[in-house]
Design a protein around this ligand. Structure first.
Ligand SMILES: Nc1ncnc2c1ncn2[C@@H]1O[C@H](COP(=O)(O)OP(=O)(O)OP(=O)(O)O)[C@@H](O)[C@H]1O
Ligand SMILES: [Mg+2]
Length: 289
C-alpha cells in the first residue's frame, strides 16, 4: 500500500485518533490519498515547467532588446559610414575636374583609392558579420603559421605595416581543428588593429602573435606596443561601432565581429591595455575535433 498523503493523515488523526479505521473507510482514504499524491506531483512538475518557461522568456526578451539596440546602431552607423566616403570621393572628383596640375590630380586619385579601399573593407566587414551569424561552423585542420602569414600579407597595404616588427611564435605539435574562414577573419581584425594603432613615437614598434595548442584548445595571444587603450574604454571596445579614441581610424565594428566569432566557436577573449604602453589580447578557442 502506498504512503498516505500527510494532509489527509492529519485529518484522519483529528477524527479517529489512533483507533483502527473501518475497512471501507481505509480503502476510500487510500484512493483519495493516491489521487491527492498524484495531484501534488503534477502540480510540482507544472510549477517547474512554468518557472523554466518564464526564465527562458526573460532570457529571450533581453537577447531581443540587445539585438534591437544593435540594429538601431547598425542602421545609423552604416548609413553614415557608407555615405561619408562616397561624399568625399565626389568632392575629390570635383577637385580633379577643376585641377590642371598633374601632381595635384595624382594626389586626389591616391586619396580616392584609399577611401574606396576603406569603403570596401567596411562592406566586407558587414558581409563577414552576416556570414558568422548564418553559416554553420566548419572544421578543418589549421596551420596557424600559414594562416597568420596570409593575414599579414593581406594587410601589407596598410601604412605603417612595413615599419612594424612581426614576431610569430606557434607551438602546435597537436592537430588543431576549427573554422578556417572565421579564424582568418579573427586574426585579420586583431592584427590590423595592432598595425593601425601602433605608436608613432616608439622606436621599435612590434606586433607579437603567439599560439599554443593542446588537445583541448588553442591559446592565442596578440600583443603590441602601440598607443594602448584608456582604462575607461576598455570594457566597451567589443561593442558594435565603439571607437575608443579620437585617433580611431575605422568604423569600430572589427572587435565586435571578433567577439561574435569567439562566442560562435565557444571560446573566450580578454584584453589588457595601458595607454602609451601597448595592448594584449588573449583568446582561448576549443579544438573542434
Ligand atoms: N591594438 C589596439 N591598440 C590600441 N587601440 C585599439 C587596439 N585595438 C582596438 N583599439 C581601440 O578599440 C576600438 C575598437 O576597435 P575595432 O577594431 O572594433 O574598431 P576600429 O579598428 O576602429 O574599426 P574597424 O575595425 O571597424 O575598421 C578602436 O577604435 C581603437 O580605439
Ligand atoms: Mg579594427
Amino acid at each position: 500500500m502506498s504512503k498516505k498523503n500527510s494532509h489527509l493523515q492529519r485529518q484522519i488523526w483529528k477524527h479517529y485518533g489512533d483507533k483502527p479505521l473501518p475497512k471501507e473507510v481505509e480503502k476510500l482514504i487510500q484512493t483519495i490519498s493516491d489521487s491527492y499524491n498524484n495531484y501534488e506531483k503534477e502540480n510540482k512538475l507544472l510549477n517547474r515547467i512554468m518557472n523554466i518557461s518564464s526564465e527562458e522568456l526573460f532570457t529571450a526578451n533581453s537577447e531581443l532588446r540587445k539585438r534591437n539596440d544593435e540594429l538601431d546602431r547598425f542602421v545609423y552607423s552604416t548609413s553614415h559610414d557608407l555615405r561619408a566616403p562616397l561624399t568625399s570621393i565626389l568632392g575629390l572628383l570635383q577637385l580633379i575636374e577643376l585641377s590642371e596640375n598633374k601632381a595635384e590630380t595624382d594626389k586626389y586619385i591616391y586619396q580616392i583609392k584609399q577611401t574606396t579601399l576603406q569603403l570596401d573593407n567596411f562592406i566586407q566587414d558587414i558581409v563577414n558579420y552576416t556570414h558568422n551569424k548564418k553559416l554553420e561552423i566548419d572544421s578543418e585542420e589549421i596551420d596557424f603559421e600559414v594562416l597568420i602569414e596570409e593575414c599579414l600579407s593581406k594587410l601589407n597595404f596598410m601604412s605603417d605595416a612595413d615599419a612594424i616588427k612581426k614576431i610569430i611564435e606557434v607551438d602546435a605539435s597537436i592537430p588543431f581543428k576549427s573554422d578556417r574562414q572565421r579564424l582568418h577573419n579573427l586574426f585579420s581584425n586583431l592584427i590590423s588593429n595592432a598595425i593601425k594603432y601602433c605608436n608613432p613615437n616608439t622606436e621599435n614598434p612590434f606586433l607579437k602573435v603567439g599560439v599554443t595548442v593542446n588537445g583541448k584548445e588553442a591559446e592565442i595571444v596578440i600583443e603590441d606596443n602601440g598607443i594602448g587603450i584608456d582604462r575607461t574604454h576598455l570594457d566597451k571596445i567589443f561593442e558594435m561601432f565603439y571607437r575608443a579614441s579620437a585617433k580611431s581610424k575605422g568604423s569600430g565594428i572589427g572587435l565586435y565581429i571578433v567577439k561574435e566569432i569567439v562566442e560562435k566557436l565557444g571560446g573566450s577573449i580578454s584584453v589588457e591595455s595601458e595607454l602609451n604602453k601597448g595592448t594584449l589580447f588573449t583568446l582561448t578557442l576549443p579544438n573542434q575535433k
